[in-house]
Design a protein around this ligand. Structure first.
Ligand SMILES: NC(=O)c1ccc[n+]([C@@H]2O[C@H](COP(=O)([O-])OP(=O)(O)OC[C@H]3O[C@@H](n4cnc5c(N)ncnc54)[C@H](O)[C@@H]3O)[C@@H](O)[C@H]2O)c1
Ligand SMILES: [Zn+2]
Length: 353
């Protein structure tokens, strides 16, 4: 079993365990009778054997989809928890993708001023990214994840076997976030260097599946390292937002319906790549390589229609904006990104699809 920790000076704050079939023995890692389970209708149907382990009254099943990642759903979860008399000693288990993980994490962080949280991610994106590092929240019409908290899960139990039921589209969405890691690897300041880009570039999609546990290990380690160094995103952690200022604007513009997060990140990386090339920060060879990587997994094939000036407006309202200047991460060298502020708005607009 692979074990990764997010640490603070005195203790391990968050333990990440990765192993095939781990979900079959969750009772060895959590005190199930003390846990509330939050999941969605789709996962409840696919994994009844997991739900069966929990007390029926302590299971909360919500509707499936990014469009339900909102205040109303969180309020519903909080009311259900209170109805069932949740206590400080109880624990919340999030079983699902990033949508469930973010909302269950948010509810765990505020109910009774915080109860323990366990993440059991079931999508590739959640295994590599969203279940790790403690960002929680929900979307509003003003923007993505604008309401939320930093709240580390006590444990993250990653079982790659869940991927056997994940459809091709959502698998690719996870790859979008993995490409992000590949392109920021050197900036993560890790002692160990994985060369994810090589794994992704050399093989075909089919082979990536064979190596997926290793890839999840890499991404989880990279993220845990970065988060350990900067828990509240005052500095280094910002690099994990590569492609995301664009992505969040696309998602908000399309009302969280026509585009998934993984797709939006892929479009975002392509835009940042174009802008960096136009600014002369990278050469043509690396520019083409990044585009090749994204195109290889067909993540930006939708013909999306945007009002460009509206996207720019949304980007300037993103929470990563400071003093009305757009801070944008751009690729600057193979596997390295750098934060630029004061990006010229017409140039930003010209980088959009
Ligand atoms: N907190 C963070 O640090 C962080 C990081 C990245 C992304 N996110 C958030 O994560 C969300 C996207 O996550 P996502 O891509 O996992 O989306 P998701 O949670 O909507 O899952 C995608 C789809 O896959 C289904 N699904 C989940 N597990 C399955 C399985 N094992 N088999 C079959 N189907 C399954 C879901 O029901 C859903 O229909 C976004 O809201 C994004 O903002 C958060
Ligand atoms: Zn993301």
């Amino acid at each position: 079993m692979k074990k990764i920790y997010i640490k603070n000076s005195e203790k391990n704050e968050s333990e990440i365990l990765i192993e095939n079939e781990l979900s079959k023995k969750i009772q060895d890692f959590i005190d199930i009778k003390n846990c509330f389970l939050i999941t969605n209708t789709k996962i409840a149907k696919l994994y009844p054997e997991i739900l069966y382990k929990f007390n029926e009254r302590k299971i909360i099943i919500i509707k499936d989809g990014e469009k339900y990642k909102n205040f109303k759903t969180c309020n519903h979860i909080l009311n259900k928890l209170l109805e069932e008399k949740i206590e400080r000693k109880n624990c919340i288990v999030a079983l699902g993708g990033g949508v469930i993980g973010d909302m269950a994490g948010y509810c765990a962080s505020i109910i009774l001023r915080g109860v323990k949280l366990i993440q059991i991610p079931t999508t590739l994106l959640a295994m590599c990214d969203s279940s790790i590092g403690g960002k929680t929240g929900y979307n509003t019409s003003y923007g993505k994840n604008l309401i939320g908290t930093f709240y580390l899960a006590d444990k993250v139990l990653i079982d790659p076997m869940f991927l056997n039921t994940l459809d091709e589209f959502n698998y690719k969405c996870g790859l979008g976030e993995i490409i992000k890691y590949a392109l920021i690897e050197k900036s993560c300041k890790c002692e160990k260097f994985y060369n994810l880009e090589d794994i992704l570039t050399v093989n075909q999609t089919k082979d990536v599946r064979n190596e997926i546990t290793e890839i999840i290990n890499c991404c989880a380690s990279l993220k845990a390292n970065v988060v350990t160094m900067d828990k509240k995103e005052s500095n280094l952690r910002k690099i994990l937002n590569f492609g995301h200022t664009y992505a969040h604007a696309f998602e908000t513009y399309l009302k969280y319906k026509k585009i998934s997060h993984g797709e939006a990140v892929s479009y975002g990386i392509k835009c940042a790549n174009k802008l960096s090339y136009k600014l002369g920060k990278i050469d043509e060879t690396y520019y083409n390589k990044i585009n090749f990587l994204i195109d290889k997994f067909s993540l930006t094939n939708k013909k999306l229609k945007f009002k460009k000036e509206k996207i720019v407006e949304l980007m300037t309202h993103d929470k990563k904006v400071q003093n009305e200047k757009i801070n944008l991460l751009l690729p600057v060298a193979p596997l390295e990104v750098e934060l630029f502020d004061n990006i010229d708005l017409p140039l930003l607009e010209a980088s959009l699809p």
